[in-house]
Design a protein around this ligand. Structure first.
Ligand code: 13P
Ligand code: SF4
Length: 308
């Protein structure tokens, strides 16, 4: 199946982009893998006829908005995101109307329609820089992740108004289990994604995006890490640092499952079928694409100095 995917991609001049939360087999065949920021940056430069996006819906949508004339395929259209789902456009319009003197900074994990209501987009990799590009007294709505928003408020000293959304994977990682792991592994460094809940971030030695965590573990002198994020990251972490040990934080007392169920809907077989049938394709109305593009391009312009 892997060879068939690669063969079809070649025949059809398709590029395969994959997020680090994809399964290792998919990460290994991707032409480019990255976190949300790197994937958006890459998507803005693609010149293939087809973009096969091994990730979730909002990521493929972003790629389509940046490449309206190219075909963007998502292997499973059900690959959504709890953050995007938490922020329906009609409710957000009302919320925005309650804060007329605020600008809107939206996390890229939102629908294209929410992007049309936003002034600028950010990812976890550039959120602090994007927020700090505005004057200190600028009133800001931050949507849809309240954990990331709270974290940025803390780091920047801002008081952004937060939409009440969470990532269903990161929000349930257990601080009790982390404390137990820290006691059992006193030599381990705790690293966490800013989508995690406040108690987890308070315990963390380092907080950062997917790429920031990968870089941190690569460059750190420590040999053992407790990792509070989605399990997919472990593949690249272990590849980058084969001599280091990584302990993933489980969800809660009853469940060790911190795979993103949406990300993991993609399989090699679905990638193959998507390329073969050139379906499911991301289709968006022209006016939505046009309006949603401006805040994404603004983010990319503000992030040029950040490494892919
Ligand atoms: P990053 O890729 O920005 O670290 O975000 C993680 C995530 O949850 C993507 O959906
Ligand atoms: Fe959405 Fe969380 Fe899954 Fe990322 S890990 S796609 S934020 S539900």
């Amino acid at each position: 199946m892997r060879d068939k995917v690669l063969q079809l991609a070649k025949e059809k001049n398709a590029v395969i982009l994959a997020h680090y939360y994809q399964t290792p087999d998919i990460q290994e065949i991707a032409d480019f893998k990255g976190d949300s920021l790197a994937l958006a940056q890459k998507a803005s430069e693609v010149d293939a006829d087809i973009i096969l996006f091994a990730g979730v819906h909002f990521m493929a949508e972003t790629a389509k908005i940046l490449n309206p004339t190219r075909k963007v395929l998502l292997p499973d259209l059900e690959a959504g995101c709890s953050l995007a789902d938490s922020c329906p456009a009609d409710d957000f319009r009302k919320f925005k109307a309650l804060h007329p003197d605020h600008i809107v900074i939206s996390y890229i994990n939102c629908t294209a329609e929410i992007k049309t209501l936003s002034d600028v987009i950010c990812t976890s990799g550039n959120a602090v820089q994007i927020v700090e590009s505005f004057p200190k007294d600028q009133k800001i709505i931050f949507a849809p992740d309240k954990n990331l928003g709270r974290y940025i408020n803390e780091v920047t000293g801002r008081q952004m108004v937060l939409w009440d959304g969470t990532c269903e994977v990161h929000d349930i990682l257990s601080s009790e289990r982390i404390m137990k792991m820290k006691i059992e592994n006193p030599d381990a460094v705790l690293i966490a994604h800013p989508e995690c809940a406040h108690p987890v971030l308070l315990l963390a030695d380092f907080v950062g995006s997917t790429t920031a965590m990968l870089d941190y573990t690569k460059n750190s002198e420590s040999k053992k890490f407790i990792v509070a994020t989605e399990t997919g990251i472990l593949h690249q972490m272990q590849k980058d640092s084969p001599d280091k040990e990584f302990l993933i934080v489980p969800a809660d007392e009853t469940c060790s499952c911190n795979d993103c169920a949406y990300m993991k809907l993609n399989t090699m077989e679905k990638l193959y079928l998507a390329l073969k049938n050139e379906q499911p394709e991301i289709i968006l109305p022209d006016d939505v694409m046009e309006k949603a593009k401006a805040p994404i391009v603004r983010m990319l312009d503000l992030s040029r100095h950040l490494i892919k």
